[in-house]
Write a protein that binds this ligand. Structure first.
Ligand code: SIN
Length: 328
């Protein structure tokens, strides 16, 4: 009996030693201390734990490996296996994902989650899948706010003639044009220096990116506007994903489900923390003015920017936009 259990232990050890391992490179462009960065690290740990080390995930933050523009192509060739680009970065692949960029579309976080996790979110994931990627989960960042070195933004006409960095999205381009501003597409990795050198006057960011990338150091005003949303779709290379053995894939999926739950909770928790830190900087340095738009002021921005919706009835789909608006 003793011999039998010894043999069993030896056999188990041998199978663990010779078990095939799978490497996932997870590329993203933000700091490790953002909700996305922390969730990517969490996923790495859980995927390794759940597969007893058969899956090793290496996370590359801060555009170390790829910019968002390059990562989708790299994934096609299986040079990188996973990424979580913001919705705007899918524009050339699935233009309908620009839905999430529409200004003032989401009433609040609950509405946003009901859109992401409901019929609309599934339709969009299916479109990404049809392009040869595995669309996994939606991750949060937060509502965006304007910042600038030009005139502080309180009413839409304040934006006139100012240059704003945008992600590669036609919706964002039209959103700024609607208020007489000049949009300029730049990769995230170039935003700090573009603001510092005056290539652009301002930008739009959720607080986590604004704080962790220290954009506050190179901006003179921040307007808490919540005029749009920035979130992510986690995607995997289908060449990699579909070759995983079923049991391993199931465990990696489980790790992702847990990471998603963790990420969304964290994004909500960290929001007030980032705001506190930006306010502390503002008070201490006296170099950053912060202004919070009132509900009435937001209505004025909403009216000016939402006029662009009909321009996207063809590319995003009137039906899809209406479905999102009518989601409870
Ligand atoms: C990100 O949050 O992944 C980057 C967003 C941006 O490009 O502004």
């Amino acid at each position: 009996m003793q011999l039998l259990s010894k043999l069993l232990i030896v056999a188990l050890m041998a199978s663990a030693m010779f078990a095939k391992t799978y490497e996932i490179k997870f590329s993203h462009v933000v700091s490790p201390n953002t909700p996305k960065g922390k969730a990517a690290d969490f996923f790495a740990k859980r995927a390794e734990e759940l597969t007893n080390g058969q899956v090793k995930v290496k996370v590359f933050p801060n555009s170390q490996l790829y910019t968002d523009a390059a990562v989708m192509k790299a994934m096609k060739f299986n040079n990188v296996q996973m990424a979580a680009p913001s919705f705007s970065k899918f524009t050339s692949l699935v233009r309908e994902l620009q839905l999430f960029d529409l200004p003032f579309l989401f009433r609040d976080v609950d509405h946003l989650h009901n859109v992401m996790d409901g019929e609309v979110g599934q339709i969009l994931k299916d479109k990404v899948t049809a392009k040869g990627y595995v669309a996994l989960d939606y991750w949060d960042n937060g509502f965006k706010h304007f910042s600038t070195n030009g005139e502080q933004l309180i009413k839409p006409s304040d934006a006139e003639g100012q240059k704003f960095r945008i992600m590669s999205s036609r919706v964002l381009e039209e959103q700024f044009k609607a208020v007489g501003a000049i949009p300029q597409v730049l990769p995230f990795s170039e935003v700090y220096s573009a603001l510092q050198q005056g290539v652009v006057d301002g930008g739009e960011n959720p607080l986590s990116n604004f704080y962790t990338k220290k954009f506050y150091e190179v901006q003179t005003s921040l307007t808490l506007s919540e005029h749009g949303y920035l979130g992510y779709l986690v995607v995997a290379s289908d060449r990699f994903w579909n070759k995983l053995p079923d049991d391993i894939r199931k465990k990696v999926r489980q790790a992702m489900t847990e990471a998603t739950e963790y990420e969304r909770k964290l994004a909500a928790e960290l929001e007030s923390d980032f705001l506190k830190k930006v306010k502390e900087y503002s008070e201490k340095s006296g170099k950053l003015k912060i202004y919070k738009l009132s509900a009435d002021e937001k209505k004025v921005w909403n009216k000016a920017m939402s006029e662009i919706y009909p321009k996207f009835y063809d590319s995003i789909g009137k039906d899809l936009i209406e479905k999102a608006i009518n989601t409870k």
